[in-house]
Every structure is written in structure tokens, then in C-alpha cells.
Write a protein that binds this ligand. Structure first.
Ligand SMILES: NC(=O)c1ccc[n+]([C@@H]2O[C@H](COP(=O)([O-])OP(=O)(O)OC[C@H]3O[C@@H](n4cnc5c(N)ncnc54)[C@H](O)[C@@H]3O)[C@@H](O)[C@H]2O)c1
Length: 415
């Protein structure tokens, strides 16, 4: 496929607010049935109007585990495929509407393109792609086939993030001028021991981390702040500068080495976003989620707090903060959190995400996030590495909407 970043191929239109025919029952095909996917299978069978019709993995045991989750819950067995070509069979399966991709990072885009080209909608794990070229391919293929292609960025559905999005949309923080989002998670032990609750796959994450020097996993941090800043809904990310620290950790024998990567994005409207990544140093878990607006401030980590005019220098914490968050609670939290917690405990945000996906597909609504979000957030994998390799040189961020970033006026995330 020839990609022309500045020229949309003839007859191809943007897929902003794409609506497709409603599906009474959403038939799902899973590709990859590792740690993450098995939890998704468990969630999906508890969501009305879904059927898991096809599943595949390279490892027989993963397929057996997933099938057992389906059948012991009284659902019809899915067709199973266990071979190197199994994913292609899921992508072309007559009884599949959505291909749900939970494989390792480097295979996401390739599988998604095949699914889209066969008329399927795609829901894919993060990051959607690991190169700018693959991001463009996803955009062009989604536009050409007019199928949904959503990246499953679950952190956009967490309670504080959703509530703050709601508050931003009501104008309570004013215009957001600067934001921060990160993935700072000490994963040294977990990754090196390959003990991620039964992972049965090669150590793809360590391999990638050990051989790349940018931010390989930018979407958890960037996603929620990009939505709050209406990226490609009135503003767009224009350029990025990125620097990586020296590499730490011992190389070899599946041991994780990595850097602290820090990047600053500048938008068309001259606003800034700091994005950081480090999983190889001691650090309390943090996705930062900091919003700095003309009328107010909010941050989630290390402790949630806000500050609002006219007392902009006063930290609102504790009961007062909780009261304020309760007052502005997002409708998705109201609708899905209680059952999600019952089903998935602290991972209830994944239940909100999947429930919203199914709700929108069943009602022919645009999905909460589109292929441009997937491309914009994922392209940082390559762009951070490029900028860092050039000593922090500014690198242009492609406009994946090809000039249509100003057509919508704000992020939807509404019922
Ligand atoms: N959003 C989140 O919070 C979150 C959390 C964990 C993982 N993830 C993402 O989920 C994805 C999977 O992570 P995981 O921890 O489950 O990894 P995993 O290694 O446990 O699972 C990957 C599975 O994909 C299978 N697979 C690989 N290539 C395949 C192919 N061509 N055909 C069929 N099956 C194939 C492997 O056999 C393995 O079972 C990753 O992209 C990761 O980034 C997201």
C-alpha cells in the first residue's frame, strides 16, 4: 500500500464519528489468549448481546483454558484454531463481527489490517502499532473499509480520568494548557521472572524493551490526557521532543534493561503534554494524569488532588475532593462500575471499556475512541525513539486525520 500522508486516496473519507449498522448480537473472535485475553473472555461472556464464536492461540493450553471459561459459563463452545495461520482463520470467519486482538505488541497491526480487509471491526490491545508506517496503514485501511478500529486503552475508563473529563467538558478547569501522562511501573521482578500470572509466550516485552530506546508503551499515560485536551477534536499533536536516560539493568537471560524516557509534545494550539515511561527503576505505580488549566488543576498520582480558582494555590484533597468527584461522577462510572467491580475487582475499568464497545456496536453508535486516537497515541513508540536518538531533536507528529482535526469540537464519551 502506498501511503501519502498529505493526500487522502481518492474516494476515501475520514472515519470521524463513524456509524456502522447495529449488530443485535456481537460475535467476537479472539486472537491471542494469553494473560490479558483470558480476562477479556471472562468479561465478554458476562456482557449481554455477545457471543464468542472463534478463538485462537499458538499454545493449545491457552485455547483449552479460554474454551473452558466459555463453556463452564454455559455459553456455546467457540471454534478453535491452534496454528501459525489460526489468526487468519479468525479474521475471515463467517461468524465473527469483531476481531479482538490480544497478542504481543509487534503482531497487533498486521492482524488488525487483515481483519479490517476482511470486513471485520477491530478491537486491539495497546499499543495498536509499533511504527508510524503501521499507524498510517491502520488509518488508511479503516477509512477504506469503513470498519471500526479501536485501541483498547482501558485507562481512559478509570474513575478519576472519566470524572475529570466530565469536569473539563463542563469548563470547570478552563482551557487545559498543559497535561502529563506516564507509565511508571516497577516491573523488574515481574517481567524478569516471566511471572505475569501464567504467561506462556516468549518474552516479547523484554526483547522489545532491551532493543529500543524510546517510549514503547505511551498510550496508558497519553490516552486520557489526549481525550481531555480534545486531540483531533479541535487541536492536534504537532511535534515531540524526547530524551532517554542511560540504560539501567543487567542485559541477558531475560533480564529487563530500560531507560527513563521523557517526552514533551507541543500541539497546534501551543499547549504541551509531558509523557514519561519507565518500568526498570523503583517507583510507586503512576500514570501521572495531570491537567493544568486556566481555571484549575488536577492530578491523580501520587495522591489525587485538585486546585480551583479563586483559590488556585490551595490543594483540595480528602473529603472535599471526594465530594467534588462524587458531584461530577461520569455516567459510565454510574452505569458500569458496581457490576464491573463484582466481576473483575480492581480491573473493573476493563469491564466498562468492553461494555461500552458492545453497547456502541449494538446501537450503531460511533465508538468512544477511533482509529486516529489509536494512530496518534501509538506513533509515539517510533517518534520518541527517533527524537531521543537525535539528542532530543523535535520530530513532527503526523496529522493522521489529513487536515480534519478541527472538524469535531470535543471528545464525546457520552451515552
Ligand atoms: N491494557 C492493559 O492494561 C494491558 C495489560 C496487560 C497487557 N496488555 C496488552 O495485551 C497484549 C497481550 O498481553 P499479555 O500479557 O496477555 O501477553 P501474553 O504473552 O500472555 O499473551 C499473548 C498471547 O498471544 C499469543 N500469540 C502470539 N502471536 C500469536 C499469533 N500469531 N496467533 C495467535 N496467538 C498468538 C501467544 O501465544 C500468547 O498466548 C499486549 O499487547 C499487552 O500490551 C494490556
Amino acid at each position: 500500500m502506498n501511503i501519502h500522508p498529505d493526500i487522502r486516496p481518492e474516494k476515501q473519507q475520514n472515519v470521524l464519528q463513524l456509524r456502522c449498522a447495529p449488530l443485535e448480537v456481537v460475535r467476537i473472535g479472539f486472537v491471542g489468549l494469553g494473560v490479558r485475553a483470558k480476562r477479556a473472555v471472562e468479561r465478554m461472556i458476562h456482557i449481554d448481546g455477545t457471543e464468542i464464536t472463534a478463538i485462537c492461540d499458538l499454545v493449545e493450553e491457552n485455547i483449552a483454558d479460554a474454551q473452558a471459561i466459555i463453556t463452564t459459563n454455559g455459553k456455546p463452545a467457540a471454534d478453535t484454531f491452534c496454528s501459525a495461520e489460526g489468526w487468519e482463520k479468525v479474521c475471515t470467519h463467517d461468524n465473527v463481527d469483531v476481531v479482538y486482538i490480544c497478542t504481543d505488541w509487534l503482531s497487533h497491526a498486521h492482524i488488525a489490517l487483515h481483519a479490517l480487509n476482511n470486513g471485520k471491526h477491530v478491537a486491539m490491545e495497546v499499543p495498536a502499532a509499533m511504527s508510524v508506517e503501521d499507524c498510517w496503514k491502520l488509518v488508511d485501511t479503516a477509512e477504506r473499509t469503513r470498519r471500526h478500529c479501536i485501541m483498547l486503552e482501558n485507562c481512559c475508563y478509570d474513575e478519576f480520568e472519566l470524572t475529570l473529563l466530565h469536569m473539563v467538558q463542563k469548563g470547570i478547569l478552563g482551557e487545559i494548557i498543559h497535561a502529563e501522562g506516564s507509565y511508571l511501573h516497577d516491573l523488574r521482578k515481574r517481567i524478569s521472572s516471566n511471572d505475569e500470572g501464567g504467561r506462556r509466550w516468549s518474552n516479547w516485552q523484554v526483547d522489545f524493551m532491551n532493543s529500543h530506546n524510546g517510549n514503547p508503551y505511551p498510550t496508558h499515560g497519553l490516552g486520557p490526557v489526549a481525550l481531555a485536551m480534545n486531540i483531533h477534536r479541535g487541536d492536534r499533536m504537532k511535534s515531540i521532543v524526547s530524551l532517554s536516560s542511560k540504560r539501567v539493568g543487567e542485559q541477558g537471560n531475560n533480564t529487563l534493561t530500560g531507560t527513563m524516557n521523557s517526552s514533551i509534545i507541543r500541539t497546534e494550539q501551543e499547549r504541551t503534554i509531558l509523557v514519561q515511561h519507565c518500568i526498570s527503576l523503583p517507583h510507586p505505580y503512576s500514570r501521572s494524569f495531570l491537567l493544568s488549566g486556566t481555571k484549575g488543576f488536577a492530578q491523580k498520582y501520587p495522591i489525587p488532588l485538585m486546585a480551583l480558582d479563586p483559590e488556585g494555590d490551595y490543594a483540595i484533597i480528602g473529603d472535599k475532593l471526594q465530594q467534588m468527584l462524587k458531584e461530577h461522577i461520569h455516567p459510565f462510572v454510574k452505569k458500569y462500575k458496581a457490576y464491573g467491580e463484582k466481576l473483575c475487582g480492581r480491573r473493573w475499568i476493563d469491564y466498562v471499556m468492553d461494555s461500552r464497545l458492545i453497547y456502541c456496536l449494538r446501537n450503531g453508535l460511533p465508538l468512544d475512541m477511533d482509529v486516529y486516537d489509536a494512530a496518534e497515541w501509538s506513533c509515539l513508540v517510533e517518534l520518541t525513539e527517533r527524537s531521543a536518538a537525535a539528542g532530543g531533536k523535535a520530530v513532527e507528529i503526523p496529522d493522521f486525520t489529513r487536515g480534519d482535526w478541527n472538524k469535531l469540537k470535543c471528545t464525546s464519551f457520552a451515552e
